[in-house]
Design a protein around this ligand. Structure first.
Ligand code: ZN
Length: 320
């Protein structure tokens, strides 16, 4: 039996306008669009994946953009913030860069001995930049990024779960998924997952009086944990069932295999395999440049392409 999930695989959220979403995550945050595909369960909607050069597990933030969607209402039972890791000396760069792009931010604010700034994406999703060490992934940074290498986002630093009651979720995180309790600051409990360059912090913020969130644009839909193989994923499936939680069969997501379950605090969890990754159907150089469909949706490509609004990645690289 695997002792622990090996990190955050990806986080998936909801957006409205896909072009604004791409402009923000590539042009302002400097991530790479590593895959342009559709929601496999509802192919009239894009599924956009952003990450490092090839979209390594642990760097991936994905979106389902519904162009007409209204804004979600943040509340309990969901992920209330997604944090990215950036090198500590880049604080001044980011303050200037965000201001230049008209992005308001709060901070720097201290938390667990580190500084972070808090901002919102175009749909009001809560993004944090955590200025911390441990960004030893510089060899995977995207050369075409809008952000100079020295200041670029390294990977996902962690997420915050906003819950009415921390107890049952904390028990699942430590007792079943193998996360490590890492302290408390006020109402915030911290758990670490993964080792070394894959380590992320999962915070539980408890707010018993806050109503449940209403998910729409700007809401995080789910968080996926990493597992190295399909064999371990099957063992995880057994372990989740043993913990008394209903879990889906293994679902083929082309770039990874997935199982899904709802944790006791109502947040949707996924466990996704590291392989095969995003270069399974595009070369590293071409990633994100074509609309990719899984084989079973290819027969409907002409109709899907008619329905989806065009989306482009603007080349906004600074001259250097
Ligand atoms: Zn997912």
């Amino acid at each position: 039996m695997p002792a622990a999930v090996t990190g955050i695989h990806h986080v998936t959220a909801l957006a409205s306008d896909p072009q604004k979403n791409v402009d923000f995550y590539t042009g302002v945050l400097g991530l790479r669009l590593v895959k342009k595909t559709v929601n496999f369960d509802a192919p009239d909607v894009y599924h956009l994946y952003f990450g490092d050069e090839v979209g390594h597990a642990g760097t991936i933030l994905t979106f389902f953009p519904f162009p007409e969607a209204s804004r979600g209402k943040r509340g309990t039972g969901e992920v209330s913030a997604v944090a990215f890791l950036v090198p500590p000396p880049s604080l001044d760069f980011w303050a200037e860069h965000l201001s230049r792009h008209g992005v308001r931010f709060d901070g720097p604010i201290p938390r667990f001995g580190e500084q972070f700034v808090s901002l919102e994406d175009p749909d009001g999703m809560n993004i944090e930049l955590v200025f911390s060490g441990g960004g030893e992934t510089a060899d995977r940074l995207w050369e075409g990024s809008a952000i100079p290498r020295v200041s670029a986002i390294r990977r996902i630093a962690g997420v915050t779960l906003l819950l009415r009651d921390s107890g049952p979720t904390a028990e699942l995180l430590t007792g079943t998924l193998g996360l490590r309790a890492a302290g408390r600051e006020g109402e915030r409990l911290r758990y670490n997952v993964g080792e070394g360059a894959a380590e992320s912090a999962i915070d539980i913020l408890t707010s018993p009086g806050t109503p449940p969130g209403s998910q729409s644009a700007g809401s995080v839909h789910h968080i996926a944990w990493r597992t190295p193989t399909g064999e371990e994923q099957r063992e995880w499936r057994g372990k989740i069932l043993e913990a008394g939680l209903p879990v889906t069969e293994v679902v083929d997501r082309s770039y990874f295999q997935s199982i899904y379950f709802r944790e006791p605090g109502e947040v949707l969890f996924e466990i996704a395999t590291d392989p095969p990754g995003f270069t399974v159907d595009e070369t590293p150089a071409e990633l994100g440049s074509h609309l990719k469909l899984p084989p079973w949706l290819e027969p409907g490509r002409a109709r899907i392409e008619r329905v989806l609004p065009p989306v482009i990645v603007r080349d906004i690289r600074p001259r250097r």
